[in-house]
Ligand binder design. Structure first.
Ligand code: NAD
Length: 297
């Protein structure tokens, strides 16, 4: 209980997760390159430090929730990286969604240096991070998983140890996000077409909620974003695009042709280029409306 915890990456997911650890009376040290979120973290009782390296040097458990594999690699493996400055025996937990190979190489490097590592991507969105209802898909040594189970129980609800490979959780997570890519575009196309035919979006939502067309993503994208005309992420189009590219890479390696999944990479690239990259992914709806207007000219 008196282990010192570190949290690097205090964004949409990391900030509420670290706040839940503070609420559970843990001492949490944090770092983010964005000073505004560090302020929110310290207001909640966290101790802000000047660098990821400082967090690594102080803490027994070091967690990361970072946007891209490139940034994760830099935070772990650069000269100032946490792997080279963590205390011997420290446990590293990466909640970010990265490519499976990166989980495996970080695990290998950590083990060589006498550190422990778990790949633990999460699902459940910002709401899940705030309410501590995240699903956590963990890969890595069972003893390491057991020693982190209290932390997982504080930040999440459905926690799975999926195997000894540190990348197994990431593989499941990318399958989940492949489906999110399908559903998000399906929701956009369905509502835009419905509206074009004069069907009110609320009525459509109500009827489809009692039909097989309903999905958790329809509920999320419509209730939280489209209905309120508010596209502050949430989960940004850019992050979804990153995950779809990672899923495609995984499929290429496995020799599976993703007949629609491959097209989703191009589709969300276009949506990002239209200017919706930093909006919530549900802005696929706005993007399609723009496209339809352009086609009418
Ligand atoms: P975010 O962009 O809101 O947060 C990332 C944070 O990392 C930002 O605050 C940023 O300033 C910080 N950061 C960037 N570079 C840094 C560096 N070098 N050192 C320290 N901090 C740095 O992203 P998010 O939505 O919180 O997502 C984080 C991870 O969780 C991603 O891998 C994402 O795919 C995954 N994820 C997100 C959601 C979601 O709904 N948002 C759900 C599940 C998984």
């Amino acid at each position: 209980m008196n282990r010192k915890l570190g949290f690097i990456g205090l964004g949409n997911m990391g900030l509420p997760m670290s706040i839940n650890l503070l609420k559970a009376n843990y001492e949490v040290y944090g770092f983010d390159t964005n000073v505004e979120v560090v302020e929110l973290f310290t207001e909640a009782g966290g101790i802000g430090l000047a660098s990821a390296k400082d967090v690594a040097m102080q803490c027994d458990v070091i967690m990361t929730s970072l946007p891209t594999p490139q940034i994760v690699e830099m935070v772990y493996l650069s000269k100032e990286g946490i792997i080279y400055h963590a205390k011997k025996g420290a446990l590293l937990i990466d909640f970010s969604t990265v490519n499976p190979d990166l989980n495996d190489s970080l695990h290998k490097e950590a083990s060589t240096l006498g550190l422990r590592y778990l790949g633990a991507p999460v699902s459940g969105g910002v709401i899940g991070a705030v309410n501590a209802t995240l699903t956590i898909m963990v890969g890595g040594d069972k003893d390491d998983y057991d020693s982190a189970s209290e932390i997982f129980g504080i930040v999440g609800k459905n926690i799975y140890h999926l195997g000894l490979s540190s990348s197994v959780g990431t593989r499941l997570k990318l399958l989940n996000n492949l489906m999110i890519g399908f559903y998000t575009e399906a929701v956009a196309e369905t509502i835009v077409l419905g509206e074009k035919m004069g069907i009110d979006a609320d009525t459509l939502y109500e009827v489809l909620s009692n039909s097989y067309g309903q999905s958790r993503i329809y509920e999320r994208n419509y209730e939280e974003y489209i209905k309120n005309n508010n596209y502050t992420p949430g989960f940004s189009t850019n992050l979804l695009l990153k995950d779809l590219k990672l899923a495609k890479g995984m499929a290429d390696e496995a020799g599976v042709s993703l007949r629609i999944g491959e097209k989703l990479v191009d589709l969300y690239s276009e949506i990002a280029q239209q200017g919706y990259g930093e909006n919530d992914m549900s802005a696929a709806y706005l993007s399609l409306k723009d496209t339809c207007k352009i086609k009418q000219l």
